[in-house]
Design a protein around this ligand. Structure first.
Ligand code: TMP
Length: 213
């Protein structure tokens, strides 16, 4: 078993960042690499990842729901996550699996924070929703907003959040980078500018070099 595999057993790692940064691809490649190296990995998708969460995800991303208030968004993202934490994350961590997340609380801080929700209120809601099921490390895959939206658009019709104005997405990016700057012991940033393989190498190197508690 490699050192990295030993270090990551029972750890919760989230890959997050603006739309179009390639998090889903990178989380999938990392998960495959870790599984092949002998680590038990639980993948999570937020919002969603449980039967209840997937239903909430459909409501959240439905383009017809343009009237949804930012407070309603905040509570629905947290509700989906509460179920995910209790049904999937906590049991996986206690059985020694590595939990690999595609988005988490950092997304609510960035997206709903950019939409005007109070950051302290988001943190309090997260405490109620997930308690101690918080990531050991959140990797922000960073991308310039217009480029990210163009890339995301290539993957299909934009969902309700992706369809918002470019200025909103610029603010979201700032909110991701601000979290990383404020909590360097729990966040790191990787620019999403190289090839898929280069970014994956950088991600693995970051995890290998990380000072795990
Ligand atoms: P996804 O494209 O990564 O699956 O995420 C769906 C959309 O939901 C994406 O545009 C970001 C947005 N989102 C929020 O606005 N707040 C959140 O807390 C999360 C997890 C996602």
């Amino acid at each position: 078993m490699s050192d990295l595999v030993e270090q990551l057993a029972g750890k919760f790692i989230v890959i997050d960042g603006p739309d179009g940064a390639g998090k889903t691809t990178q989380a999938k490649l990392l998960g495959e690499f870790l599984s092949e190296s002998g680590l038990e990995v639980a993948h999570i998708r937020d919002p969603g990842g449980t039967e209840i969460g997937d239903e909430i995800r459909t409501i959240l991303l439905d383009r017809r729901h343009h009237k949804m208030s930012v407070q309603c968004e905040l509570m629905l993202y947290m509700a989906s996550r509460a179920q995910l934490a209790c049904e999937v994350i906590a049991p996986a961590l206690s059985s020694g699996k590595c939990v690999l997340g595609d988005r988490y609380v950092s997304s609510t801080v960035a997206y709903q924070g950019a939409g005007g929700a109070d950051i302290k209120a988001i943190t309090q809601a997260a405490q109620i929703a997930v308690g101690a099921a918080m990531p050991d490390l959140t990797v922000i895959l960073d991308i310039e907003s217009q480029l990210g939206l163009t890339r995301a658009a290539r993957e299909g019709q934009a969902d309700r959040i992706e369809s918002k104005h470019i200025e909103y997405h610029r603010k979201v990016r700032e909110m991701f980078l601000a979290q990383a700057a404020d909590q360097p012991e729990r966040f790191t940033v990787i620019p999403s500018s190289g090839s898929i393989e280069e970014i994956q190498q950088q991600l693995r190197q970051t995890l290998t070099a990380w000072k795990w508690a």
